[in-house]
Design a protein around this ligand. Structure first.
Ligand SMILES: NC(=O)c1ccc[n+]([C@@H]2O[C@H](COP(=O)([O-])OP(=O)(O)OC[C@H]3O[C@@H](n4cnc5c(N)ncnc54)[C@H](OP(=O)(O)O)[C@@H]3O)[C@@H](O)[C@H]2O)c1
Length: 448
């Protein structure tokens, strides 16, 4: 193999940090970009990521993989440490099979093959990458030894056998999305990777590490997404105090779980009351993961133009009714907010119309984070598949009830959570289960 030669060096300011970029090229035309912060020449224990190019994940934010999140997490960590290196290896698409073959493999995966077998079905190797060129780049930069950011032990082995001293392998934790959790599991089971979101839950109660178990068996329907209602309440069943304060009912660990649930979902939905009361951002900030599309139900377009939910950290859709003022529509549209009109209902906007429109837009999982009115109307309409309720060890007294009137007169008519499991997040208890309507409970009781 020819050694990559340094072609050009230049400063590269990014939102994640100010890097110096060194571009290397081999005789064969392979390009490797080294993004450097701080003095790494002669240093040992340099925090290092060797990242394989993934155009769909890195640039387009594809949720089929977690590459983009891993790249940005590595850049952030290197910038935070004030010293380190990210080697970005071009030509490593699809573990070395190239962009077009990777896209062909995605089609096979949609037909049922996993990420490993899809490459084999195309008569291509499951792993075609070599790490010698990246190792040469690390050597050319004078790095003595590295702490390698990766979930892939084979990458550490490849670099070691190419002469890099790897002091430590540092896992890159990312929060999985329901669309890439299968891909991540295959990488763990068949390719020896470390599961980035941690071990699966085993028994209960146990600390939450993998939120996929909280989400349950994701089953979107043809006319609407899989709807998950998530609430954080006090021991006495309040979402907020009598003055409307709800920051924060739950502890930090529980809020981290909420952020991981957002990262796992396609969309996060609230009523306008939650925006006016909390100025909620609804982005993923407490775990490394992509923010979902934010959805606000707002029949009269009361959302303020300076609300956090409209900032450009993620896409936002506002569902409203035909009677909403035209000037408000215009003001929101000019901010890049999607304003969608659906028929009205007694509670605001038609929930079936909103959910059908989201499904038609490709949304498979929607996480409803409140407030009380929205969750109550969804439950009353039988539109909630799964409930995740966190209970914090606090007592609030008078305040906003977690769930409003559902017209249930007898305990035997209560909605139940089927297959409910209990988890712990710090001092908070999380109960998650499938919502079972009373008619289903009765039918199950009558079964022979
Ligand atoms: N602890 C928690 O987990 C949590 C989570 C969220 C919120 N909160 C707290 O809850 C309070 C807000 O409660 P909320 O019940 O007013 O908020 P919400 O459920 O988020 O918003 C309710 C509003 O959404 C609009 N809406 C549109 N279509 C609707 C539909 N089909 N069904 C129901 N609502 C629809 C209605 O306003 P229009 O008629 O104007 O459209 C309605 O008044 C705040 O104090 C907040 O802090 C707590």
């Amino acid at each position: 193999m020819t050694q990559p030669a340094l072609v050009v060096s230049l400063p590269l300011p990014t939102p994640l940090g100010r890097f110096v970029l060194h571009a290397f090229e081999s005789d064969a035309g392979d390009v490797h970009l080294a993004l450097v912060i701080g003095e790494i020449s002669g240093a040992s224990g340099v925090l290092t990521r060797v990242h394989s190019e993934c155009l769909t994940g890195d640039v387009l934010g594809s949720l089929r993989c977690d590459c983009g999140v891993q790249l940005r997490t590595a850049m952030r960590r290197v910038a935070a440490e004030g010293r380190g290196l990210v080697v970005y290896s071009l030509g490593h698409e699809g573990r070395g099979i190239g962009l077009l073959n990777k896209l062909r493999a995605y089609v096979l995966q949609d037909e049922g093959a996993d990420t490993y077998d899809a490459n084999l079905l195309l008569h291509l190797p499951a792993e075609a990458r070599r790490f010698d060129a990246a190792a040469e780049v690390i050597r050319a930069l004078g790095v003595g030894s590295v702490r390698l950011l990766t979930n892939n032990p084979a990458k550490a082995d490849g670099l070691r056998s190419a002469g890099v001293v790897v002091d430590e392998v540092v896992p890159v934790r990312t929060a999985s999305h329901v669309r890439n959790v299968g891909y991540l599991r295959t990488k763990r089971l068949r390719m020896g990777h470390v599961m980035p979101s941690g071990d699966e839950l085993d028994g209960a109660p146990a600390d939450v590490r993998d939120v996929m178990e909280l989400l349950g068996d994701v089953r979107p329907r043809s006319d609407r997404p899989y709807v998950v209602a998530k609430l954080a309440q006090s021991l006495d069943g309040r979402l907020a105090t009598a003055t409307g304060d709800s920051k924060w009912i739950s502890g930090e660990e529980e809020r981290r779980v909420s952020h991981a649930l957002r990262a796992a979902s396609d969309a996060v939905m609230v009523g306008i009351g939650t925006i006016l009361g909390d100025d909620a951002r609804l982005t993923v900030r407490m775990v490394p993961g992509a923010s979902p599309t934010r959805v606000v139900l707002d029949s009269r377009l009361r959302v303020p133009t300076d609300a956090h939910v409209l900032d450009d950290d993620a896409a936002t859709l506002v569902y409203t009714t035909p009677s909403a003022p035209a000037e408000r529509r215009f003001a929101l549209a000019s901010l890049g907010v999607g304003v969608r009109t659906v028929p009205p209902s007694a509670d605001g906007v038609s929930l079936t119309a909103v959910l059908a429109n989201l499904r038609a837009s490709g949304v498979r999982v929607v996480l409803v984070e409140g407030g009380s009115r929205l969750v109550t109307s969804l439950l009353a309409a039988g539109l909630v598949d799964r409930a995740i309720v966190s209970v914090a060890p606090i007592i609030v007294g008078a305040g906003t009830d977690a769930i409003g009137d559902l017209g249930i007169g007898r305990i035997s008519d209560a909605m139940r959570l089927g297959g409910a499991k209990v988890h712990l997040a710090g001092e908070d208890v999380i109960v998650a289960g499938d919502v079972v309507a009373p008619s289903q409970v009765a039918a199950a009781g009558e079964a022979p």
